[in-house]
Design a protein around this ligand. Structure first.
Ligand code: FES
Length: 174
């Protein structure tokens, strides 16, 4: 009688240990399938635009690339080209790598111009190539607009989709 109840107890104990082990293995397997937190974080960059100043270039980082974000002032004529409206303001949002050979252009605020020191290429404030060897405007990264002061780089939002569609059909603003 004593032996039987002991056997029953031991059986339940082994069963419980095996069940905990199985759950632990499943959790470990799932963790190994999920992307690392650093990989997930690298996919998106949230940018708070609330303290941006007009005509002052800000540089965010997305997937290891510099992202130029330039808030347009009222006196900047390029505002209608390739710009993104967030809240009440227009911005250029562009990958800050020259489309010639990948150098990082510098922004000259007095001229509203990006100048690439490598081979003299130039882009206007909207990122359109205006001089030198760059073959096309600065590229636009995927983005989405979260609210009137926030954009998320790396996330494809409707404004990005619309902008890319517009640029692909209107050669004047490409
Ligand atoms: S890399 Fe910019 S002009 Fe050549």
């Amino acid at each position: 009688m004593i032996n039987e109840s002991r056997r029953g107890f031991m059986g339940k104990a082994f069963g419980a240990v095996a069940a905990v082990g199985a759950v632990g293995s499943l959790v470990a397997m799932k963790k190994s399938w999920d992307p690392l937190p650093s990989v997930m974080a690298a996919g998106f960059t949230t940018v708070d635009l609330s303290n941006f100043t007009a005509n002052k270039l800000e540089i965010a980082k997305w997937q290891g690339k510099p992202i130029f974000i330039l808030k347009f002032g009222a006196d900047m004529p390029e505002v209608e080209k390739r710009s993104v409206k967030v809240g009440a303001h227009y911005y250029s949002v562009m990958i800050g790598l020259c489309t010639h050979l990948g150098c990082i252009p510098a922004y000259k605020d007095s001229e509203h111009t990006f100048k690439c020191a490598c081979h003299g290429g130039e882009f206007n404030a909207a990122g359109v190539h205006t001089f030198g060897p760059p073959p096309r405007p600065l590229d636009i990264p995927p983005f989405s607009i979260k609210d009137e002061n926030t954009i998320v780089l790396g996330e494809v939002g409707p404004e990005y989709t619309e902008l890319i569609a517009r640029l692909s059909t209107d050669t004047n603003i490409a």
